[in-house]
Design a protein around this ligand. Structure first.
Ligand code: FEO
Length: 403
């Protein structure tokens, strides 16, 4: 079984999910993921925090049995999303005497998402504590990190912060945790942040500062690694949420008959001439890769200065792959400083206008869209180089993060 000890009688015994390929049908999982369940045993009461995703409830049941957890007094839900709360009904049957405990925001959603009546919960206010006998759990709501209901619980006597989704990483612990590098951990944390936390930068910035002030000894999130050195993950989050950007351009494109590919190639060559770091991704290099490529591009955008989407016109609108990227990044809201769309067309259409409408959430300064009819001519390439120069001037005018 998988069991990690955080302190005497405080342990994690949830489930890893190494072979899950995607999360939320959006983000590729390079290192799998885990659904962490924590047990806190006090002198008088025992609490179980966050049951696992129902896909892995068998693992949790086996771990509880092997760990000899015969009595649970409180089942605490920190968040309603099914990867943490979905197995609650199963755990309620296993421990019928247990009291469900959650904040009102969780209870509101548990009624609709899991059909558990609110009367079955003990509702905890912000700052309220649950006494386990010599061990105190303090409830600290963190709304919109990343749902309205996410809640942290602080085990006061041990300095352990159970942080729900915040500070998580998609990382299958039992297979990976003991033979990996800090670079891999940082990469997994960054990819997770891109999909889960990036849309809520204001809130996440605040909660990161509050966690610094709290100065927990251990941060125990709902996914992935337990942070025995909280400074590692807090420093990463301070970088992600900060204002400093790399002087780079992230480009995602799709091409049908090479016109857009030639445009992107011309853009990249000019950016290189100007000394601008860039990354170019063909979003459909393989037909099934659109979600994988856009997922990886999301991660690159965490601290990027600029984003470019490029694609041809299909009938009268943007290529659906470019539209998908626009919709995804509009939802994830990367805090790039500059955004541009370039594309090609056969005879007409409104691809640029549609991409503009699909990216209305982006706060970035926009370059004028660059649309070219057919295969770019030498004159068209000059226009692309001028567009690249305008972008390079803006990116290189940003403060150099390495200085
Ligand atoms: Fe890991 Fe928002 O659930």
């Amino acid at each position: 079984m998988s069991l990690q000890v955080l302190a005497p009688n405080v342990f994690e015994l949830g489930a890893s999910h190494r072979d899950r390929p995607m999360f939320d049908a959006l983000m590729p999982l390079e290192y799998g993921t885990s659904y962490n369940t924590y047990i806190v045993v006090g002198e008088t009461h025992t609490a179980l925090i966050d049951p696992v995703d129902p896909m892995k409830v068998d693992v949790l049941l086996r771990n509880l049995k092997e760990a000899g957890i015969e009595k649970v007094d409180y089942i605490i839900n920190l968040h309603t999303e099914q990867d943490h709360a979905g197995s609650t009904p199963v755990i309620m049957k296993l421990y019928p005497e247990a009291q469900l405990v959650a904040t009102k925001a969780v209870v509101d959603l548990m009624e609709t998402h899991l059909h558990i009546p609110r009367e079955q919960f003990r509702i905890m206010a912000a700052g309220e504590t649950l006494d386990l006998g010599g061990r105190t759990l303090e409830f600290r709501p963190i709304p919109f990190a990343h749902w309205p209901d996410n809640t942290m619980v602080y085990l006061v006597e041990e300095g352990i912060l159970f942080s729900s989704d915040l500070f998580g990483a998609h990382f299958a612990m039992e297979e990976n945790a003991y033979h990996t590098s800090s670079e891999v951990l940082a990469a997994a944390t960054r990819a997770y942040y891109a999909e889960i936390m990036m849309p809520y930068n204001v809130q996440v910035t605040k909660y990161t500062m509050q966690t610094r002030e709290l100065n927990p000894r251990i941060i125990a999130p709902a996914h992935g690694l337990i942070w025995y050195d909280p400074d590692f993950v807090l420093s990463l989050y301070e970088t992600y949420t900060g204002e400093r950007k790399r002087q780079n351009v992230i480009v995602g494109y799709v091409s049908m008959h090479d016109s857009t590919r030639v445009m992107v190639e011309t853009l990249a060559i000019q950016l290189a001439r100007r000394g601008v770091e860039y990354s170019v991704r063909n979003l459909v290099s393989k037909p099934a890769d659109l979600m994988v490529e856009t997922g990886h591009m999301s991660t690159e955008l965490v601290d990027a200065a600029a984003m470019v989407i490029a694609g041809p016109t299909v009938l009268t609108g943007p290529h659906p792959a470019a539209a998908y990227a626009a919709v995804l990044f509009n939802a994830l809201k990367p805090r790039v400083k500059y955004f541009g769309f370039m594309g090609s067309y056969g005879w007409g259409g409104k691809a640029a206008e549609t991409i503009e409408a699909l990216t209305s959430n982006l706060k970035a300064e926009r370059l004028s869209p660059l649309m070219i009819k057919g295969l770019p001519t030498e004159a068209d390439k000059e226009a692309i180089r001028a567009w690249a120069d305008e972008l390079a001037d803006k990116v290189l005018a940003l403060p150099d993060p390495l200085k």
